[in-house]
Design a protein around this ligand. Structure first.
Ligand code: FAD
Length: 148
């Protein structure tokens, strides 16, 4: 299996409705493709982790790269894994506004969290940390489609 983490910037075409659609489509497709992961969003960027069989993760990443609702996609980590870290979520969604702000600051050392500054290892560490902090919120979203 593969874990892939990337950062990207939202384009103007990406609004709250688009986000709901991305989430809805992702959960349906990922469930069918045996992909799990988390998506962090902010008014200006995405940070996403995808875990699953190599071929399907590669194929999905190609689709995601072609999506014009975001740009400047930058691969932070692409690693072979024995087991999933985010196996509970077909796509868990967290927004930075709901995250612990001190945690955000501690990862990039400034008020403005910037995922492009993270190494792959730091990005993974960040995701594990915020997912642990927000586990309740993530578990509640499992099957609903409300951006929370
Ligand atoms: P379709 O059935 O053709 O498309 C599904 C829906 O998405 C349609 O309603 C279509 O109108 C809409 N759509 C597709 N592309 C665009 C576009 N460029 N602009 C506006 N609307 C569009 N997909 C996943 O399957 N899993 C993921 O984990 C995932 N994560 C994503 C993360 C981010 C940050 C972004 C921006 C997109 C993500 N996507 C994800 C969406 C992905 O880019 C494709 O749009 C989607 O996989 C296409 O699904 P489909 O093949 O079923 O296509």
């Amino acid at each position: 299996m593969i874990r892939l983490i990337y950062a990207s910037r939202m384009t103007e075409t990406c609004e709250m409705e688009s986000l709901q659609e991305i989430l809805q489509v992702s959960r349906k497709n990922n469930s069918a493709a045996n992909i799990t992961g988390v998506l962090i969003y902010d008014p200006s960027f995405f940070l996403q982790c995808l875990e699953g069989p190599k071929e399907v993760v590669n194929k999905l990443y190609q689709k995601v790269l072609a999506d014009d609702r975001h740009k400047d996609e930058t691969l932070l980590e692409y690693a072979n894994i024995q087991e999933r870290t985010f196996g509970n979520w077909t796509m868990g969604l967290l927004r930075t506004a709901n995250l612990d702000q001190d945690t955000l600051k501690s990862y990039t050392g400034s008020n403005q969290f910037d995922p492009y500054k993270l190494s792959g290892e730091r990005a993974m560490h960040f995701l594990v940390t915020v997912v642990a902090q927000e586990k309740k919120r993530l578990d509640e979203q499992c099957s609903d489609l409300v951006v929370g």
